[in-house]
Design a protein around this ligand. Structure first.
Ligand code: GDP
Length: 178
């Protein structure tokens, strides 16, 4: 069930199935077991809400790829467009795979609705520093080239090593205070 609009700032996480979204939310809130993680693609099919005290709500959206794109887009957009307390959308992307058409389509949908988002690269532990750096640069260049963002502020995280989690937490706090 979707909670009523409330005054609690909300940040939303979206991304392709199996992108590491549940693991990331787990890592962010620092309580193992709060979000169930799964090794099966497409496991997270429902929106899950995680309230952190009365300060912030993290929303885990279903991964793309389990419904038709239109259906997914309609469902997500109608939710996002109506959340007065929505502060930021994080789009999770795997730097080993780069931006996929489905990611770009979602970004265009969000742009078209004036919804602001930030890209977070997951599972950065899987790449060497050099490979991660070049993949990040390529993704940033593509975001600019496709005129999706002027100044993309791409963050990198690993739920496994916990790298980047503090930076993401700081970005979330900042966004939630906007
Ligand atoms: P979701 O479907 O997007 O919620 O993805 P999950 O959080 O369930 O993760 C999907 C798979 O990726 C699981 O096998 C996780 O163990 C793995 N995974 C998630 N985060 C990381 C990470 O930071 N590093 C590595 N190496 N694997 C990860």
């Amino acid at each position: 069930m979707i909670p009523e609009n409330t005054a609690i700032p909300e940040v939303v996480f979206i991304g392709r199935s199996n992108i590491g979204k549940s693991s990331l939310i787990n890592g962010l809130v620092n309580r193992n077991g709060l979000v169930k993680t799964s090794s099966k693609p497409g496991h997270t099919r429902m929106m899950n809400f995680f309230k952190i005290g009365d300060k912030l709500s993290l929303v885990d959206m279903p991964g793309y790829g389990w419904k038709s794109r239109d259906e997914w887009g309609d469902m997500i957009l109608s939710y996002l467009q109506n959340r007065k307390n929505l502060r930021r959308i994080y789009i999770l992307v795997d730097p080993s795979h780069g931006l996929k058409d489905s990611d770009l389509q979602i970004m265009k949908l969000l742009d078209g609705s004036g919804l602001s988002y930030q890209v977070v690269l997951t599972k950065m532990d899987r790449l060497s520093r050099t490979k991660y750096g070049s993949s990040k640069a390529e993704i940033e260049a593509q975001l600019v080239k496709d005129a999706i963002c002027c100044f993309p502020m791409v963050l990198g995280v690993s739920s496994r090593t916990r790298d980047g989690l503090d930076e993401l937490r700081a970005a979330i706090v900042k966004a939630s205070q906007l």
